[in-house]
Design a protein. Structure first.
Length: 282
């Protein structure tokens, strides 16, 4: 097994301090929680920008500020920005985050429909030509895509990009599990290992799971040779009924599990080697 890469997803684009007051929103608190998580064992930081009101935005200036604050604190963690954005944004608006030149960026690999109640859905629509545009835009900036797979059928899009020669080895896939949405897969052991078995050769897999699925799914990944993502974007609780105190607290638990099963944890420098990142943008 390669050493374990722990990704920390410090804040998402949906819930905020009303859900958990420890969720970081503004650049300085985001940067500090990244550094605390890095000290706890994280080597990748997945980041969403928020405006002054705490609303998720794809503002390149805010992304740059977060990155600069992280580096100013002497932290060499791999920075990964989201290209998710809002379903109301254009593709170019969603891609603004990569103009801040992270080393990695997330890439949704298919359609999801999240129920909002009263028969309404939050629809995230992305088709193969759009996926190709995202990847080509990332390739032009030497940014490695973290391909977010929400269900087994989305692995077909990974294979499509490989066949078109648009991805560099090793390929990096993140299984997103446990969403309450159509077009996504439940966080179960059977689903996890089925998707692992469908991956093309030369693929590194990571897993993140929402809510109560986070701990078991990341544990399966740690034990089976995959990577793990934890953080307040995916799970605002440390245990049932107990809000997590910080992102670092969730990283510390993942690191503790890895240490117990004698799986060494990768530093950012080691993670760059494992992921094949050619250019370190410190």
């Amino acid at each position: 097994m390669e050493k374990l890469i722990i990704t920390v997803a410090i804040t998402g684009g949906m819930h905020g301090k009303v859900a958990n007051p420890n969720i970081p929103e503004q650049p300085e608190e985001q940067a500090q929680q990244v550094v605390d998580a890095w000290n706890a064992g994280a080597s990748v930081a997945h980041i969403h920008a928020r405006n002054k009101d705490g609303v998720s935005v794809q503002d390149v200036a805010i992304y740059k500020e977060i990155g600069e604050r992280i580096r100013a604190k002497g932290c060499d963690i791999i920075i990964q920005y989201t290209t998710g954005g809002s379903p109301h944004m254009t593709i170019e608006e969603k891609l603004q985050s990569i103009e801040a030149n992270p080393e990695m960026a997330s890439l949704n690999m298919g359609l999801t429909n999240t129920p909002l109640g009263n028969g309404k859905y939050y629809a995230y629509i992305i088709d193969p030509p759009q996926i190709i545009h995202y990847v080509e835009s990332m390739n032009a900036r030497n940014i490695k895509p973290e391909m977010e797979v929400y269900a087994p059928n989305m692995i077909r899009q990974v294979n499509m990009l490989i066949e078109k020669g648009l991805l560099k080895k090793p390929y990096y896939v993140n299984f997103v599990m446990g969403m309450v949405a159509q077009g996504t897969v439940a966080a179960t052991r059977q689903n996890f290992f089925f998707m692992v078995d469908q991956l093309p050769p030369d693929t590194i897999y990571n897993v993140c799971a929402l809510g109560p699925g986070q701990l078991p799914m990341t544990s399966y990944s740690i034990l089976s040779g995959g990577m793990a993502r934890v953080g307040l974007e995916d799970n605002i609780y440390y245990a049932k009924g107990e809000l997590a105190k910080s992102n670092a607290q969730l990283v510390e638990r993942a690191a503790r599990i890895a240490n117990e099963v004698q799986r060494p944890i990768a530093s950012p420098e080691e993670a760059r080697r494992i992921l094949g990142l050619e250019q370190v943008k410190l």
